[in-house]
Design a protein around this ligand. Sequence first.
Ligand SMILES: NC(=O)c1ccc[n+]([C@@H]2O[C@H](COP(=O)([O-])OP(=O)(O)OC[C@H]3O[C@@H](n4cnc5c(N)ncnc54)[C@H](OP(=O)(O)O)[C@@H]3O)[C@@H](O)[C@H]2O)c1
Length: 333
Amino acid sequence: MPSFGDFVRTQFLLKIPNPIVSFASKTVIVTGANGGLGKEAAKHIVRLGASTVILGCRSLSKGNAAKHEIETVSGCGPSVLQVWELDIESPKSIQQFVDRANALPRLDVLINNAGIQSQKFSVVYGTERTLAVNVIGTFLLALQLLPKLRETARNYRTTPHMTFVGSAMYDVAKWPDQHGDNIFAWFEDKTHFSAINQYSLSKLLQLYAVIQLSAIIDPSGTPTADSPSPVVINSLDPCFCKTGLPGELPVTMRVALRIFELTARSAEEGARLVVQTAAAGRETHGLYMRAGKVREYDPIARDVEKAVYVWELLCKKLEGLQPGILQNLRETE
Ligand SMILES: NC(=O)c1ccc[n+]([C@@H]2O[C@H](COP(=O)([O-])OP(=O)(O)OC[C@H]3O[C@@H](n4cnc5c(N)ncnc54)[C@H](OP(=O)(O)O)[C@@H]3O)[C@@H](O)[C@H]2O)c1
């Protein structure tokens, strides 16, 4: 979590520039794009000239309402935006989404934005739901779309991006003292659930997986123009923004949130940072951006033992859900 001074600077003083980088001719997927940061990011990307922007939404009606709003604001033609059904809690829905994406001529940018901060306990993918959506489902989709990004790099001699919308809250995550040999399975037990910690922990696990994935994809650290298929994998914190993320809160917490929201930036401002990261240079591969700049990882994110442990468990989980998925980590022509 940022220090008080950093929080004041990034919430009130920092001027976040409107992104001006061109997305001309690009095809972009934004998950969780019917509201909050995802919808605003899609709006910017349409303004920046993308030829196709796919809104991955679990509710088609909400997705179509977002499409209509973006078309009205941007004046773009009806063929630019497409709404595709995507429920990150469902392997079948993810598979159908991937099949459609694989039929696209190209995929330049995948913004893994969909996320939750669940206040109530439930189990998905054999773990608590916040971890399931923000980590397992997110990577179940991301790893299946990696080959398409690589193919685009090869065929169009371009540098695709896979960007994860993380959170600065990762560094206040409390790593459970005891979690057996499988932290995901450990959180299947309701007595281990903590609404306050779950979200931060999910973003820490997500970050571990981003770090591991980017290192596997390009062990040299920075994909160069000579890489056969240079995909930039990076993540960011979009600042604290007023969105639908807190979900249904108990009354007392709702009042506290209303007060805290006085410090929030708009979703549109946070989305500028999302778009900036999704167009950032190769030097951001494997790295985390906050307030428009690459930030050093806090010590907890640099814990290699934990990162490897989480990555190995995640890989096992993903292979169980989608046999063969790990082959996507290998470069294939
Ligand atoms: N707002 C902040 O201050 C802040 C700060 C740091 C990081 N973030 C991150 O920013 C990302 C976007 O959040 P937001 O703040 O814009 O919140 P939001 O307004 O609640 O948007 C989240 C989006 O994710 C979608 N989603 C949730 N579960 C899904 C699922 N199972 N399958 C597909 N889509 C699903 C939601 O769809 P529905 O409308 O159908 O629920 C919604 O479109 C999240 O990853 C969040 O952790 C936000």
